[in-house]
Design a protein around this ligand. Structure first.
Ligand code: M6R
Length: 621
């Protein structure tokens, strides 16, 4: 949440900052701002409530100069989305200017203390506290004899200030006294430094760096980076100077282009045949009829010892975890629990060293998922990650894990990450299954089905025109139910979440048979039910649930297998998808629901890629 970008070098900083903020806009988009040093060493500030394009227009009208600066795109936590509350924020009398991602939990008491010292607050944000606090300690250091321009003085002021903060931060700081320097610091909110010849970059994630440099250093908690054009110094709060570990990015700027698609979400939906293939690439051990993973970092002996698996995640990733529970319990016969990360981090369930934890996350930065994983690690459980973003905090801190290789997911609504997560969980179910009870023949069948999946998903995408047409008939409805059973129950939850988050239409996902225990009271002519009803062992029972809805005049949209006439006799509208084995159905049936949400949102005039109030990566609690 919130995107930070900074640059020091020889380029036109304004162009770089605006481009970077556009690339980071998925992290928050209620206001944006930049601060740059001009040729005379003065700091110029531009801030606007609204999208980055509004800031960009303001800068076109009133340009900023220079080759050093920082920028921010905001997802509001403290204070409304106004020009004043937009970052950067200024401390003291303008000695310090900074941008912040995270939440300062003790901001109210710090604010009181600083006000008592005479500092004047101009915004409602928690961030302004950091700016004044650093300005205050800078002043203190100078009173103790520190040179105002010395790096040592600035660093000490920052270090003392950061020790007083409770909460999370990613920070990029400018000092009026040093136009040749940016300081970046992190605790709980991600930051990556880009390294180039005669230039350095800082950003919340690598996307602003693509096309500029491939060499990056990921900051860890309590690290501070001092950037000049030619130098990167890294320090840890407790252990002092560190030598930066430079890594090479494997992304290219084309990965973050929309291509010919109108929206990232649609592009990402259509990428799924490829992303599912990428999730499986090199992960079959055909001779042994099993899967293989390079990064689990546990021996077969250790893995056999595991008697329970906890899958923890948030949002869409939590829905993928639910599918994972069904898969692993069916094929590996290992008991699985699915925990909301936000609950697990504060609960104290009886977990043992025979419990294995998987944190499932697209971004690898979700604050609750990270905290839940850390809590499990603290208690000695092997904690692995199923993650998309390479180099993200969860990927780096996990004891091992599996990357999705889905490429950047930029639409705020998660689509391709979900199907990749489910693909990886299917591979894990196969792997754990073959270590235990699953036969060679059954393993072989799974591999063959999985290998056919990209082609099946490509055929699934052919329902797009039908979905678009159906969406136009339901766009006026304000309440939807999504219903499915067994493997398609998590799909119903996911379909409802997609619709809610991008079209602002109320939708509830339920196990189809549970409907009778309450939600059936909602059914009327204006409450459509979306039934996920591909052929499966309990197919006739789901058809009965559909009849129950029809008997109460509820409109029914069904997601069904190609050629299914029985469903067509009951439902008002049917979206057909290819038939696959039950355990692969979520990958296929979720796709028309992604499309349905997309088209309803589009027809209702919503911003599909940047839905209101949301951000892609939830790095605050
Ligand atoms: O990056 P993560 O997978 O950890 O994100 C978890 C959720 O914030 C995320 O899935 C969210 O629910 C999406 N907006 C859903 O489309």
């Amino acid at each position: 949440m919130c995107g930070i970008v900074g640059y020091i070098g020889h380029r036109n900083v304004s162009d770089f900052l605006i481009e970077g903020l556009n690339r980071l806009e998925y992290r928050g988009y209620d206001s944006a701002g930049v601060a740059t040093f001009d040729a005379n060493g003065a700091i110029s500030l531009r801030k606007r409530a609204g999208r980055v394009c509004e800031l960009s227009e303001a800068i076109d009208r009133d340009p900023v100069e220079g080759t050093v600066g920082i920028g921010h795109t905001r997802w509001a936590t403290h204070g409304k989305a106004t020009d004043e509350n937009a970052h950067p924020h200024t401390g003291g009398n303008g000695e310090v200017v900074l941008v912040h991602n995270g939440v300062i939990e003790n901001y109210a008491s710090l604010r009181g203390q600083l006000q008592a010292l005479g500092y004047v607050f101009r915004t409602e944000t928690d961030t302004e506290v950091i700016a004044h606090l650093i300005a205050h300690h800078l002043d203190e250091q100078i009173k103790l004899g520190g040179e105002p321009e010395s790096e040592d003085t600035l660093l000490k002021a920052v270090e003392v200030s950061l020790r007083k903060l409770k909460g999370t931060y990613g920070l990029a700081v400018l000092f009026r006294a040093r136009p040749d320097l940016i300081l970046a610091a992190r605790n709980g909110s991600p930051l990556v430094v880009g390294v180039g010849p005669g230039e350095h970059f800082v950003a919340s994630d690598p996307s602003p760096l693509l096309g500029y440099t491939e060499q990056v250093v990921y900051l860890a908690d309590h690290e501070i980076a001092i950037l000049t054009a030619d130098r990167l110094d890294l320090r840890h709060r407790d252990s002092g100077r560190l030598s930066p570990s430079v890594q090479t990015l494997d992304q290219v700027s084309a990965d973050i282009d929309k291509g010919d698609f109108e929206h990232y979400m649609l592009k990402e939906i259509f990428e799924q045949p490829q992303t599912i293939e990428n999730a499986m690439r090199g992960r079959f051990e055909e001779d042994e009829a099993t899967a293989k993973f390079g990064g689990l970092n546990l021996t077969a002996q250790q893995l056999r010892h595991i008697d329970r698996i906890v899958l923890t995640a948030c949002g869409t990733s939590w829905h993928a975890a639910l599918v994972g529970e069904y898969l692993i319990e069916e094929f590996a016969r290992v008991p699985v629990e699915v925990e909301y990360a936000s609950e697990l981090r504060y609960r104290n369930p009886p977990l043992t060293d025979k419990t294995m934890v998987f944190a499932i996350t697209q971004s690898g930065e979700t604050a609750d998922t990270l905290a839940a994983m850390r809590e499990c690690q603290r208690k000695g459980m092997p904690s692995l990650a199923i993650c998309n973003v390479v180099g993200s905090t969860i990927a780096r801190e996990a004891d091992g894990g599996v990357y999705l290789h889905a490429g950047p997911e930029i639409g705020v609504a998660s689509t391709k990450a979900f199907t990749s997560q489910v693909t990886v969980l299917t591979l894990l179910a196969l792997y754990f299954g073959r270590m235990r009870h699953l036969s060679y023949q059954a393993g072989k069948r799974m591999i063959n089905n999985l290998k056919a999946l990209p082609e099946v998903v490509a055929r699934t995408l052919e329902c797009h025109d039908a979905v678009q047409e159906i969406a136009s008939r339901y766009l006026g409805m304000d309440n939807f139910l999504y219903l499915g059973r067994l493997y398609n129950f998590p799909v119903a939850l996911e379909g409802a979440l997609k619709l809610k988050e991008i079209s602002y239409v109320h939708a509830e996902g339920y196990p189809a048979a549970e409907m009778k225990h309450g939600p059936i009271a909602l059914i009327d002519e204006r409450t459509p039910s979306v039934f996920v009803v591909p052929r499966c062992g309990i197919y006739p029972k789901v058809i009965s649930n559909m009849e129950e809805v029809k008997a109460r005049k509820g409109p029914v949209i069904a997601i069904a297998c190609e050629g299914d006439r029985e469903v067509a006799d009951v439902a008002d509208d049917v979206i057909y998808v290819p038939e696959v084995d039950e355990y692969l159905q979520p990958i296929v049936t979720s796709i028309p629901l992604q499309m349905l949400a997309y088209h309803i949102a589009l027809l209702r005039g919503c911003n599909v890629d940047r839905p209101r109030n949301l951000a892609k990566s939830v790095t605050v609690e």
